[in-house]
Write a protein that binds this ligand. Structure first.
Ligand code: AMP
Length: 213
């Protein structure tokens, strides 16, 4: 079964999906993480996607569906998959539905955060180059500046967290991704959670929303 976790960049989808995976046993599938792995490994997909990602634009639907199918193929269908970052437009939502015999969408949950907060979260975000853990220079600083608390890896900015790409990514969410909310509303599986405030309280609300409580 699939739970679509949607929301603008910086809404906290990845962080919350990690918590849900660790505590509830869900499987996290992030298309952004999968793409970044391809870029790091220098694969053909990585070469095609890297520059597009850096500008904050969307990578092609065909490539994304290839990645989605590959990644889903490694997860037993008995597991609940938290889909972080897919679908990002209506065509992708429809493509996901073609897999519904084995991967029906049980819920689509929006993590809602105002744009001004998203900008400050993304501009202050620092990510570990080794394990991918995420910090914030003000809200969640590492114990030692520039060093990951978890694995002592080096922290840096994601190439698409620069002001120009952040603006593009937020606009893409509003114009291209937001229409999928109505798509899931019409299917009766849409839910909404306010993504600001204490992460533990966001977690509790999100967990209830996923379980349909
Ligand atoms: P994320 O880590 O989810 O913010 O994704 C980082 C970047 O990867 C996005 O800005 C896009 O360039 C690309 N990407 C991730 N998921 C998708 C998707 N479903 N469709 C198109 N591009 C995607």
């Amino acid at each position: 079964m699939i739970v679509v976790l949607t929301g603008a960049p910086g809404a906290g989808k990845g962080t919350q999906a990690d918590l849900l995976a660790a505590r509830e046993g869900y499987r996290k599938l992030s298309t952004g993480d999968a793409l970044r792995k391809h870029v790091k490994a220098g694969t053909e997909i990585g070469r095609l996607a890297g520059a597009v990602m850096e500008r904050g634009e969307l990578v092609s639907d065909d490539l994304l569906f290839r990645i989605l199918s590959e990644e889903l193929g490694t997860i037993p269908t008995s597991e609940t998959v938290l889909l972080d970052g897919y679908p990002r437009n209506l065509a992708q939502a429809e493509a996901l539905d073609t897999l519904k015999a084995s991967h029906p969408v049980r819920a689509a949950v929006l993590l809602d955060v105002p744009r001004s907060e998203l900008v400050s979260r993304l501009s202050g975000r620092r990510v570990c180059g080794s394990c991918g853990a995420s910090f914030h220079v003000k809200e969640q600083p590492p114990r030692v500046e520039g060093i990951c608390d978890k694995c002592s890896g080096k922290l840096g900015q994601r190439p698409d967290d620069n002001p120009g790409s952040v603006a593009v990514r937020l606009d893409v969410f509003e114009k291209t991704t937001r229409p999928i909310l109505d798509y899931y509303r019409n299917k009766g599986v849409f839910r909404e959670v306010v993504g600001t405030g204490d992460p533990e309280s966001v977690y509790r609300q999100l967990n209830s929303a996923i379980k349909g409580k």
